[in-house]
Write a protein that binds this ligand. Structure first.
Ligand code: C5P
Length: 136
């Protein structure tokens, strides 16, 4: 089994918590849609290490990786996607491979899910993400 590990990167801004979303530039089917940034772990690679590597490559940030979100997504028979909470230790996110980046609160996130602006596979995380964004 191979894994895609995505990061639910949070920041605090003026007493509210925001989540980092990244806009895909490829492939055609999902280009323009927003996702939790991340990517495939190498064979045998620790998943937290994989997420740190991917976010450094894609966004030029160093993150601290926390617990996992509850839901996992079966993308293909041999490919499962999961997500981990993360916080930035160093750097400011830059869209190296993505079309754009944005920080969202719970209302923005839920609106984007309703209007089909998220990568479909990531919609499963919206309730848990929105709950944490409201709670923190
Ligand atoms: O980002 P990358 O192309 O390496 O992702 C590998 C696979 O995982 C792709 O099929 C992509 O659509 C999927 N993915 C996803 N949601 C994410 C990250 C990746 O559905 N947040």
């Amino acid at each position: 089994m191979r894994y895609v590990v995505a990061g639910a990167v949070l920041r605090e801004r003026g007493g509210t918590t925001e989540l980092l979303l990244a806009q895909r530039s490829y492939p055609e089917a999902v280009a323009g849609l927003w996702e939790l940034p991340g990517g495939k772990a190498e064979d045998g690679e620790d998943l937290a290490d994989a997420l740190r590597r991917e976010l450094l490559e894609e966004l030029e940030i160093t993150v601290e990786v926390g617990a996992g979100l509850a839901e996992r997504v079966v993308l293909r028979d041999d490919l499962t996607m999961l997500a981990r909470w993360a916080r930035i230790l160093r750097g400011t996110p830059h869209a190296v491979e993505h079309r754009g980046l944005r920080w969202v609160g719970p209302d923005d996130l839920e609106r984007m899910a309703r209007t089909g602006e998220l990568v479909p596979a990531d919609e499963v995380w919206v309730p848990e993400l929105a709950a944490v964004l409201r709670d923190d």
